[in-house]
Design a protein around this ligand. Structure first.
Ligand code: ATP
Length: 197
């Protein structure tokens, strides 16, 4: 069984995913793997250089600042970059899933809904947090301004649309216990796995 997990920037999807990992559920962190593949996959590297120039790599390492600065203001280039990276990540994820023996696996991706890859999962979880809390968390974590966080947030799919597409929602605010919610979903997925057997 494949479960997807997503959430807007600063919602806490990585934090929630790490709780699932503690329960023994293997997690594929798609955005981290994508960054790794942008270094290790030769086809991607060549395309990135073609789109963003030689400065995209410094001593073989990805120059994320350079790429994001251009891509943030050029949606056509960003689409081309995604069109190059996405299929490779999808293939890598498929291979990874094959190697897992757990009852279910989790795929964490920021653009799970936007990319349409949520359709490949049996269920999808949305991590939802109040906007102000998300802004505060990211400002603190990334040492960036409120405006920078807001600029990133406004580029993402509206929260209501994500809520509509999600099977389960985890509320990561300051009053609800994350672990209780994770355990409840974990139990539900386990029983759904049993029903399918
Ligand atoms: P991004 O899309 O930017 O990668 P994310 O959705 O994966 O963000 P996290 O990195 O998990 O979000 O969380 C953002 C920050 O908020 C982190 O520094 C994390 O430690 C903190 N955080 C998340 N949830 C909580 C919580 N319930 N209590 C305290 N801190 C939290």
């Amino acid at each position: 069984m494949k479960v997807g997990i997503t959430g807007g920037i600063g919602s806490g999807k990585s934090t929630v995913s790490s709780i699932f990992e503690l329960l023994g559920i293997p997690v594929y962190y798609a955005d981290i793997e994508a960054k790794k593949l942008m270094v290790s996959n030769l086809t991607i590297r060549e395309k990135v250089i073609e789109l963003f120039g030689k400065e995209s790599y410094i001593n073989g390492e990805l120059n994320r600042k350079h790429i994001s600065a251009i891509a943030f203001n050029d949606s056509t280039l960003l689409e081309k970059l995604n069109a190059t990276v996405h299929p490779v990540v999808i293939g890598d994820y498929k291979e990874w899933v094959k190697q897992q023996s757990a009852v279910y696996t989790l795929k964490e991706a920021a653009l799970l809904f936007e990319s349409g890859t949520y359709l490949d999962s049996d269920f999808n979880i949305l991590v939802s947090s109040p906007l102000d809390l998300r802004i505060e968390r990211v400002m603190k974590r990334d040492h960036v301004s409120r405006e920078e966080v807001l600029a990133r947030i406004t580029k993402q799919m509206p929260e209501e649309e994500k809520e509509r597409l999600a099977t389960f929602i985890i509320y990561n605010n300051e009053s609800e216990f994350l672990i209780t919610q994770v355990l409840s979903i974990h139990q539900k997925v386990l029983s759904l796995v049993n029903d399918k057997r």
